[in-house]
Write a protein that binds this ligand. Structure first.
Ligand code: FA5
Ligand code: MG
Length: 476
């Protein structure tokens, strides 16, 4: 297994990734299943008709021409970009090799799009949307995959734009007027201190205005993405729909690179769905980027940033039941997102937001795609049909249980919170290591993996774990 191989120090002395060679060290943990999928820039969000492409384009269109769309570079980044520059403390849990893929101690696969904040601001982009593949070692289930896609958005304005009656305030008023007309319920009772408070270098009035601009922008985005879809839902389904307002809520969060920080959730089909993290950009980020001079000089800028997960949103919007499907090259998946084959295939690479349709067999019968939909649409486009994915896998799941002893040398097993690091006699076992063996061995056939039993031998003290691996093919 990859676990014992690295424990025995049998890793290769270097690895070659996207044409570059990296010396390996005790942090190196890149499995072949990930290595074989790396590309010089993100692919799925730019593959015509792919659901991630539809969603990216829709967001880019909704936020408008003021925001420059940027396709991210290679996912291989320095830990400096991914963590240090953003103020992650050295002992932040996200930095652990149990959670992050490392080429070596100083190079990793980006774990979020925020890794490109400093360089994007440095390149003089003030309002932008950057799309990237991101990588995290994680559990295996229908909503977790080691590769997923994020979009980072940001807007910074010079101090003068924050003046009363200035650009920021005017934009707020315009966005808020639209929100006020919509069937949208915004819950925002965030305690400012809990969200990290305003930064000491910021003028409180301006920081407050930046938050207001952030909130109006993202509430507008949520309305655009979910409003029409929500209105189509049958009212009887547990979470409202029909005539009920779309509900969005803001909660206090913590990120090392924003303050105050928030998370945004949408009430959809009876659940709160976390869609993004955001906040007011740390002064430090803009100083590092050379946007704000250290110790004054030139007009300072200030603003906000957000990072959203494209798969999570696409799964809900298009009723895609399993995150593995995004990687399918099966026509029965891809063709459902083709809008109008005759006029659109290969011609436009963008979002077709006015004409999205179920294509080859999309549209669950109960959602009445053609009927209620656009009638009293709260969004600004006149009418848009919505894709609803229709699952085609006829295959039932099938499970196998596997149990194994943890490395001996006794001592009792102890679990640390949800990351379940079990320590036996100095040997650390992390569930993510096991999940990776599963992924490396059966690729996407594993639907989910759950621990179903733990056992400690009463005499020897040795511990064993039992996991259930659920297999199901999406395609065959
Ligand atoms: C971040 O990654 C921050 N960089 C977001 C941010 C950007 C904050 C800019 C402030 C300013 P987080 O780890 O919560 O935060 O992920 C952001 C979003 O990515 C989540 O809301 C979720 O939609 C999505 N996401 C996170 N983990 C996964 C996963 N394993 N699979 C799919 N989507 C995920
Ligand atoms: Mg989060």
């Amino acid at each position: 297994t990859s676990l014992t191989r690295s424990q025995q120090g049998q890793r290769p002395s270097s690895l070659s990734v996207l044409g570059q060679t990296y010396a390996s060290d005790d942090y190196t943990n890149l499995p072949s299943s990930i290595l074989s999928r790396l590309a010089p820039s993100p692919t799925l969000p730019y593959q015509p008709h792919h659901p991630l492409c539809l969603l990216r384009a829709q967001i880019e269109e909704q936020l408008g021409a003021a925001y420059t769309p940027i396709r991210a570079p290679s996912p291989v980044v320095s830990t400096h970009l991914n963590f240090e520059e953003l103020g992650f403390p050295v002992d932040h849990p996200g930095r652990s090799p149990t959670d992050t893929y490392y080429l070596n101690r100083t190079t990793c696969l980006r774990t979020h799009t925020s890794a490109h904040e400093v360089e994007t601001f440095r390149n003089r982009h003030d309002r932008w949307l950057l799309t990237a593949d991101v990588y995290r070692r994680d559990e295996i289930d229908a909503s977790h995959y080691p590769i997923f896609h994020q979009m980072e958005g940001a807007a910074i304005f010079p101090t003068s734009a924050y003046a009363p009656g200035g650009q920021v305030e005017l934009e707020c008023q315009e966005m808020e007027a639209r929100l006020a007309r919509a069937n949208l319920e915004i819950e925002d009772t965030v305690d400012l201190d809990e969200a990290g408070g305003f930064q000491p270098t910021h003028d409180a009035r301006s920081a407050q205005l930046a938050c207001r601009h952030l909130k109006a922008t993202l509430n507008g985005l949520v309305l655009d993405l979910f409003g029409e879809r929500h209105a189509q839902e049958p009212s009887s389904s547990n979470g409202g729909g029909g005539g009920d307002p779309l509900r969005v809520r803001w909660i206090a969060a913590t990120f090392p690179f924003t303050s105050p920080s928030f998370e945004v959730e949408v009430w959809f089909r009876g659940k709160w769905l976390e869609i993004l993290g955001c906040g007011v950009v740390m002064e430090n980020t803009l100083t590092k980027a050379g946007v704000n001079a250290v110790g004054g000089g030139g007009e300072k800028k200030m603003g906000w940033a957000f990072g959203l997960g494209l798969e999570r949103i696409a799964m809900v919007l298009y009723s895609i039941p399993d995150i593995r499907l995004f990687w399918s090259q099966d026509r029965r998946f891809l063709d459902q997102f083709i809008v109008d084959p005759a006029s659109d295939r290969g011609k436009r690479q963008e979002g077709f937001r006015d004409t999205i349709d179920g294509g080859g067999g999309g549209g669950k019968d109960e959602t009445g795609v053609s009927a209620a939909g656009g009638a009293q649409s709260p969004t600004r486009t006149p009418r848009r049909k919505l894709v609803t994915f229709k699952p085609y896998s006829k295959y039932p799941p099938c499970y196998k249980d596997v149990s194994f002893w943890l490395p001996s040398s006794s001592s009792s097993a102890c679990s640390q919170g949800s990351t379940a690091t079990t320590i036996t006699g100095g040997t650390r076992f992390h569930e993510n290591d096991f999940y990776e063996i599963v992924r490396d061995t059966v690729a996407d056939l594993a639907e989910d993996v759950v621990k179903i039993d733990e056992f400690t031998h009463p005499k020897t003290g040795r511990a064993s774990l039992c996991y259930r691996i659920n297999y199901r093919s999406m395609d065959r």
